[in-house]
Design a protein around this ligand. Sequence first.
Ligand code: SF4
Length: 474
Amino acid sequence: MNVLFIAAKMHTIEPYGIMCLSPHLKAAGHSVHLYEAEDSALADKVAEYRPQVIAYSVCTGSDRYYLALNRFLKQKFNFVSVFGGPHPTFFPEMIHEPGVDAICRGEGDHAFKEFCNVLESTGNITTVANFTIKKNGQIESRPARPLIENLDDLPFPDRDLYYSVSSEVNTHRVRSFLAARGCPFKCSYCFNPSMDSLYDGKWRNTRIRSVGSLIREIEEVTSNRSTEFVAFRESVFPLKPAWLEEFSREYPSRVGVPFYCHLRLDLLNETNVALLAEAGCHSVNVGIEAGNEKIRRELLGRNMTNETIIAACRLLRQHGIKILANNMLGLPGCTLENDIETLKLNQKCKPDYALAMLWQPYPGTSLAEYAVENGYYKGDGTDLEFTYYDSSHLEFRNSKEKTRIENLQKLFAPAAVFPSTTPIVRLLTHLPSNPIFKAIFRTMYLIVHQTDIFPHKMTLSDWGLNLRHITKEA
Ligand code: SF4
């Protein structure tokens, strides 16, 4: 069977979902192609390839884009459309959209292969676990199959699928990997607790790849492609002592490329930070999220004190590890003063980059439910955009406060570096939303990411891309 994935133009990060599905499909004998959605010859290519299935991996915010594209293709071609990824997983109501034939919820590794096998053989796709199907106006759903127990059993992701269509991803010298799936924590704004509900409390048991399997994949990729930096993109990088000790022994001698990973500050101690540094950890992504302890604990479900956060950042700095600190402004029911508290905590923590985003009520998270129930969000999720760096969709005490919070988000990073500017930044937030603040945010975001957090040689295409991002709408 001919299976086609269509994805919006990829620039730098290899999107994992589709790369993980492809090897299973190919091993089952299906033909797999990927086309970029913006390809001007897309319709001609689809006509030539004649896929029986067209599949999309969709995040909230990109759903409207893919739905419109799918409707356009449905008018021209006869195929079964399948939507997977976070949006249909947490917003299964998507099945009611015109042109959507099937959605896949949760881990699709084996589920999508079975879907294609069944479609090709009996056609009775309503029996496939993880899938919700729309047939003749009737909806049928099957629960998710058990989680894959041993991630080492999975084939390595099919990177060539992306590299063959995206020269930008192919030549980008930062390559992404996943060491684990799942997260034991329950932050109210995150998709992980919702996945835990979908999987009856089993998602929280983090599944970790063996060091051997992970390093073999990295060796395979880095020996074939120029790689200057490795980015681990799982929810939280494994810190189990035995695993980390083995990793810090093996990685430097067998790979030796500096890396980045995601950590939780309350899990850090002298021993694991030293092992990370020894392994070659150059930078980490950590959540500070809110400066007010009560908000962080009660609203966000993150039970860590300011002292813990400050001490962990100090420890990372002492070991020469660069810090990208995530922060969420414009939380439901919160004020500009709460966000200034967040800024002040960042000034104490001194991360290399204090990245602020405007919180978005993504469907399926308990914080989004809270925002709806308490009147802070009046939309239904369809108004959300793909980015969380432009504007908030919440109700604040008044429109002035909303603008001030949105302005603070743009000026947050430089204000975190220069605490003495806080009073000036406060004054600047009174100005109307404007392209200069947006350009400041984008410039700092791109420069710090490329030089401090993911340092690598910039290609001409990287520079061109950055320039386009900086000037976009600015
Ligand atoms: S925000 Fe991080 S720590 Fe919290 S549930 Fe999500 S992945 Fe886990």
